[in-house]
Design a protein around this ligand. Structure first.
Ligand code: ADP
Ligand code: MG
Length: 251
């Protein structure tokens, strides 16, 4: 087995004259929980979007489990095994919690598109249904399966978003600012949940604004500033890194 889950080489993304992601090299190994931090506008979301096919990179390469995935479409990347959440939640408010998750499970279990468009029919399918309940119970939403997603609290919607990412049975999970908008207690619970998922063997790349969360749970932290990777080290070392302090204070 390869010792690299995800790798970028010279990853660059420009928007007109702005270099949002500038020549970034990174590696993630199996089982790792890696944090990606950086001041607002550092390029974190753009980097994620390049990894997951939402933006084609301007230059450079992305490899996932030893396969080049540069320039693939989001659904292709998802199918290969990268699950992600979005900074702005993409839940479907007028569908139930169950259907929000079963749609992903349908795709990953190889059901046809027609059935993917008809979640109510699919809900009868035992495999999809079992898998969906399993994921809902993992994120603590099994008692709310029949509820409309719109009726969930903000904190619970965050878990629904993670459940959707898990529904495709990913080999790598990428979380974009999952703690944004959560209070301290909720953030603590989320930290525990992320650690549990990771301890079960799922590699996780966590982009986060909340330093306490990142420093508390990540094995390794990468720092972006103005699109460039300026540090990549243990949380302990990152917190003492002069370039990192400068990027935050000077930014
Ligand atoms: P972060 O997630 O670290 O806050 P972003 O990746 O969202 O940073 O943004 C990095 C830079 O790229 C910012 O200057 C932002 O304004 C710019 N940017 C991001 N997305 C776009 C886009 N779709 N079009 C133009 N500029 C963008
Ligand atoms: Mg962002």
């Amino acid at each position: 087995m390869s010792d690299t889950i995800l790798e970028t080489k010279g990853l660059t993304r420009r928007f007109g004259g702005l270099v949002a992601v500038d020549n970034v090299d990174m590696v993630m190994r199996p089982g790792e929980l890696v944090g990606l931090i950086g001041p607002n506008g550092a390029g974190k979301s753009t980097f994620f979007n390049c990894l997951t096919g939402f933006y084609p990179p301007s230059e450079g390469e992305v490899r996932f489990m030893d396969k080049p995935i540069t320039g693939l479409k989001p659904y292709q990347v998802a199918k290969l095994g990268i699950g992600r959440t979005f900074q702005n939640l993409r839940i479907m408010p007028n569908m139930t919690v169950f259907d929000n998750v079963s749609i992903g499970a349908i795709g990953s279990l190889g059901h046809s598109l027609r059935r993917a468009i008809w979640p109510f029919e699919c809900a009868r399918d035992r495999e999809v249904s079992e898998r969906t309940w399993e994921i809902l119970s993992r994120v603590g939403l099994d008692s709310l399966g029949a509820e409309l997603a719109a009726n969930l609290s903000y904190g619970k919607r965050k878990y629904l978003e993670i459940a959707r990412a898990l529904s495709t049975d990913p080999e790598l999970l990428i979380l974009d600012e999952p703690a944004a908008g959560l209070n301290e207690q909720e953030t603590g619970e989320l930290a525990e949940f992320i650690q549990t998922l990771n301890a079960e063997g799922l590699p996780i790349l966590l982009v986060e604004h909340d330093m306490g969360l990142v420093m508390g749970i990540c094995h390794r932290v990468m720092v972006l500033a103005l699109g460039k990777k300026i540090a990549d080290d243990t949380p302990q070392a990152i917190q003492k890194d002069p370039a990192v302090l400068e990027a935050y204070l000077g930014g």
